[in-house]
Write a protein that binds this ligand. Structure first.
Ligand code: NAP
Length: 245
């Protein structure tokens, strides 16, 4: 029987690449996204071409409890189980602390942190029942080290590390592992807003002297999701070309 993975925010960027990696491994792949229908349809098509057992698209907001409930109910009804949850959906609303609006703080924390909390909470029931599960939270190097101009984003990503460790402790005895991946600078729409000069500057500060690719993060996620990774839990795996050392 094929395993089932839910990847939030998988229409584009890192999430899409993660969905493609699970597709290559013949999973039922559930792609969630916020609003970009064209990108989601393209991701679905690519997952099918990569060999996914089945693909489902779900449009919804991870920060909305009802939407998450609907998603989890739909997946459990269709496949009877959820083996892997990847909490990847994320946004930025950058700005200096003294000018940051409470709305920009709330929207980033709601999507990046509360979304992961809601989804983790909801998948816990089917995972406990099946006595198997893998939850992987996509944090960030700035969740560990902070970054000027990203107080909201780094707070949400640091919060994800706390969520990871606490839920790992609660769920370890049920054969459910919870880990975080902390990417550095990865080439996606999120980082494409940077100018070439800004990217050069950043690349010079990375020991590997280059940005990473979405596939670099997907590899780490696939490793943590593997059945054989059952004794790894509560960890934060940096995928950052050495940036976080
Ligand atoms: P991206 O290219 O901007 O893609 C974001 C994805 O999240 C899209 O699929 C988007 O859907 C979805 N999304 C946004 N808000 C959502 C919501 N409220 N509910 C459901 N889905 C939502 O981002 P990315 O660069 O791939 O980043 C993916 C994750 O990695 C994020 O958590 C990010 O913080 C983290 N990360 C990225 C980097 C980097 O350098 N890129 C570094 C460290 C960590 P639509 O297509 O419908 O908008």
């Amino acid at each position: 029987m094929a395993r089932t993975v839910v990847v939030t925010g998988a229409s584009r960027g890192i999430g899409r690449e993660i969905a493609l990696s699970f597709s290559e491994n013949k999973y039922n792949v559930v792609i969630t996204y916020a609003g970009n229908d064209a990108a989601a349809a393209e991701a679905e098509q690519l997952c099918r071409e990569k060999g996914a057992e089945d693909v489902v698209l779900f449009k919804g907001d991870v920060s909305d409890e009802k939407s998450c409930e609907e998603l989890v109910q739909k997946v459990v009804e269709k496949y009877g189980r959820i083996d892997v949850l990847v909490n990847n959906a994320g946004i930025t609303r950058d700005g200096l602390l003294m000018r940051m609006s409470p709305e920009d703080f709330d929207s980033v924390v709601s999507t990046n942190l509360k979304g992961a909390f809601l989804m983790s909470k909801l998948v816990t029931k089917p995972m406990m029942k099946q006595r198997y599960g893998r939850i992987i939270n996509i944090s960030s190097v700035v969740g560990v080290h902070g970054n000027a101009g990203q107080a909201n984003y780094s707070a949400s990503k640091a919060g994800l590390i706390g969520l990871t460790k606490s839920s790992a402790k609660e769920l370890a005895s049920r054969n459910i592992t919870v880990n975080a991946v902390a990417p550095g600078m990865i080439e996606t729409d999120m980082t494409n807003v940077l100018s070439d000069a800004q990217k050069d500057n950043i690349n010079n500060s990375i020991p590997a002297k280059r940005m990473g690719e979405p596939g670099d993060v997907a590899n780490a996620v696939l490793f943590l999701a593997d059945e054989k990774s059952s004794y790894i839990t509560g960890q934060v795996l940096g995928v950052d070309g050495g940036m976080g050392m």
